[in-house]
Design a protein around this ligand. Sequence first.
Ligand code: KIV
Length: 337
Amino acid sequence: MPSAACYQPRLYEGVDRDPLGRDLPDKRDKRMTQDTASAPYGQPRPATPPTPDGASASPARKPMTVPKVRGRKGKEPLVMVTAYDATFARMLDEGGADLLLVGDSLGMVVQGNDDTLSVTVDDIVYHCRAVARGTHYAHIVGDMPFLSYNVTPEEAVRNAGRILAEGRAHSVKLEGGRPVVPVIERLVAAGIPVMAHVGLTPQSVHAMGGFRVQGRDEESAQRILDDAKAVAEAGAYALVLEGIPAELASRITAAIDIPTIGIGAGVGCDGQVLVCYDMLGLTPDLRPKFVRRFDELFDRGKAAMEDYASAVRSGEFPGPEHTFGPAKGPRAVASGS
Ligand code: KIV
């Protein structure tokens, strides 16, 4: 049984859309030619998803950019969530995400590992490309994997460049404080916007002795505050604060002039980020204190699967409405080609 993605456009000569309602390639190509003709620097993505009649679905919503993210400091909270594929990206983007993070958390929730350390630059590039195809509005942040930026600044520039050029992300995120300042400076000098990440930094899981809340005593709190100031000074445009006491996160937010985006860091940040699988309730065995589940999609998906299995086994699916009849006219769909 072929999936919808296997349908070939040539089976649908004379029509504009495939069975999923997507433009067929010749129509897409024409639209791209028109767009690029009136935009000298190209038009990487439309400002709003096109509707079938070409009108704008949501004229009020414009793509999120680095200057706009920075401009939200102390204003309306930024909403960031992770995404790893085109379908989720579209759902989360249309649902109102300001930023989509292609996080190295994919090593855990997509690849099934216990930590993020095995994720490669190729993995991030691959998932960024998929997310970029599903995104219209959100700013896409590609996570720099373990050791992709800590060996030499030259390697960091090359790897970050791939995440933007091949992955079509708009910025990169990397973990660490003062030790990564030279890397942030090099990336920013190369025109690559950098989101920094301090506090609980999952790539240092072994150094931390596990995924543990950081900055609970005055000395480590001061260290994290100094790190935050250093990465902001180095040119990062935003800072993730993960797994630190809420009071420390508020202190950091007040002390630096770039937006802070918290995860397990309380409400005093300039925005919040969650792993989409946690937020949607797709991780049945994990219930961290800092996560609020906004749905229980694992349970609902499992129930849907049970319904599908019983419909197939009972012969109730597919019904006549899901079944093709014989050819009706000269332009009918050719079967088996
Ligand atoms: O990889 C990731 O998902 C992250 C977030 C938890 C901030 O770094």
